[in-house]
Design a protein. Structure first.
Length: 479
């Protein structure tokens, strides 16, 4: 405890003789210096508590129409943090318990006072006050960290998952108001109930979890990829709770996917250019040789086989050209185009296929906006996605949803179906040239789509679940 040069004391007592008697006892304490102030009634005491700072206060229980308990309540309301001792003429356990409950640090009987008892009371009270001050300061520091840290921090009940505490970052991450989250369980924000159950079981069993991955659903229905560091803890009453720190890695994972797609396209481009160079040289020789032989042979059978060689050589040459075109950035002719207009034009090109499979089309357009687009190329990109969606849906039961939204400086185009979905193993290869899950596909549609979208400085995100459908979300910058 920090030693005080002079201890400032306030005595509140409506009996002047009792004040002097208590003051004398205090001044008789050896090794301490005191300055003692007197308040002779309730109102005088309130004024002094508000305007002056004391190290310790003594309140008499009887203060005319009001009591020391009333003054104790008022002092705490006014922000008094000094230790308060209640004085009374005779012992009363009920008053003693009430005083302790309200925040008094001690309860003394006047006719039992002496310097030794007061010295011990003052010393213990100041030590306790010093400890409480340190605790308050620590609490304030931790609360500041708790409120300003960028990660979500939550404390929840183990079995029900009900929220006990949460910081502002959690509210911002999930999009809920404080009163809404207080009534919720973590089970409602986990995308999959089985993942929530697995999280609880592992934490209950091990006592802590590091980097547990889960997908949270926000109030707006957005998916957040999160890593959770969690620990099981007990409070002073032995009640268990789960403390979790939530790291939102959605943007990081999205950037990683985009970087991987860029690198994959770049690597594919390098490979294609190398192959094109190595294959076209001997292919040119084959073409020249076939032409020479065709001019020398009159035999029909020989010409038949030479024709087969020529056509297949040309097919190889065409495939190489197609590969080269898909692996290099598109050359675009930009102009300002309405989002709604370009979506309607694309749907018009796909409407026959949509109607043929009796698919329900829902257009959920938000505010319109002009984007800097290459009209023909972006229609190819959208059309590839829409045709894939149509082909993935069951005839007569398909629902195709085309949605546009504006959020801050971003424009989102969502193309969503309720088709067969894409398996996790195929998701990682979705935009690879010549990769396809279709029996009659060649695997260049989505590769070209990604090339076009990236040439528009836009991004594409794919969410899919087997048996439930797929959603492509294309994001354009407005600025």
């Amino acid at each position: 405890m920090k030693e005080l040069d002079t201890i400032r004391v306030l005595i509140v007592d409506d009996d002047e003789d009792d004040f002097f008697l208590t003051s004398d006892y205090i001044n008789d304490i050896q090794g301490k210096k005191f300055t003692i102030d007197w308040a002779k009634n309730f109102d005088n005491a309130v004024e002094k508590i508000i305007t002056a700072a004391y190290d310790i206060c003594f309140f008499d229980f009887l203060l005319g129409a009001k009591t020391g308990l009333d003054l104790l309540k008022r002092a705490i309301q006014e922000g008094c943090q000094s230790p308060i001792i209640l004085l009374t003429g005779k012992g009363d356990q009920r008053i003693d318990m009430e005083a302790m409950k309200l925040g008094a640090v001690d309860y003394l009987i006047k006719n039992e006072l002496d310097p030794e008892k007061l010295e011990r009371c003052i010393r213990y009270s100041l030590e306790r006050a010093d400890t409480l001050k340190t605790l308050r300061e620590s609490e304030q520091q931790y609360r500041t960290i708790f409120n300003h840290v960028r990660q979500g921090i939550i404390v929840t009940q183990p079995e029900s998952g009900r929220f006990i505490y949460y910081n502002p970052a959690t509210l911002e991450m999930l999009g809920y108001a404080a009163d809404e989250l207080s009534q919720m369980s973590t089970a409602t924000i986990f995308e999959k109930p089985e993942v929530w159950e697995q999280f609880n079981e592992k934490l209950e069993e091990n006592g802590n979890l590091d980097k547990f991955e889960a997908i949270f659903i926000t109030k707006k229905g957005e998916k957040k990829i999160c890593l959770i560091d969690a620990q099981k803890q007990k409070n002073s009453e032995g009640k268990e709770s789960f403390l979790s720190i939530i790291h939102d890695v959605t943007a990081q994972r999205k950037a990683e996917r985009e970087a991987m797609m860029h690198e994959k396209m770049a690597a594919t481009g390098r490979l294609v250019r190398t192959l094109a160079h190595e294959v076209r040289n001997p292919l040119t020789n084959i073409h020249l040789s076939v032409e020479q032989l065709e001019s020398e042979f009159d035999d029909e059978d020989a010409k038949l086989f030479l024709g087969i060689i020529r056509r297949n050589s040309q097919r190889i040459s065409d495939l190489i050209t197609e590969l080269l075109n898909n692996s290099k950035p598109s050359e675009l002719a930009f102009s300002k185009i309405s989002v709604h207009e370009i979506l309607d034009e694309t749907l018009e090109q796909a409407i026959d296929r949509i109607n043929l499979k009796n698919i329900t089309l829902e257009k959920q357009y938000g505010s319109d906006v002009l984007l800097n687009l290459d009209r023909n190329k972006i229609k190819i990109a959208f059309l590839n996605i829409i045709i894939n969606a149509v082909e993935a849906m069951e005839e007569g039961n398909g629902v195709l949803i085309i949605k546009s939204t504006i959020d801050n400086d971003l424009c989102y185009i969502s193309i969503k179906d309720n088709g067969t979905g894409i398996s996790p193993e195929n998701m990682s290869r979705l935009f690879e040239p010549y990769f396809t899950a279709k029996n009659n596909g060649i695997g260049l549609g989505l590769a070209a789509t990604l090339n076009i979208i990236q040439s528009h400085k836009a991004t594409v995100e794919v969410n899919s679940e087997l048996g439930k459908g797929t959603e492509f979300i294309i994001t354009f910058l407005l600025k």
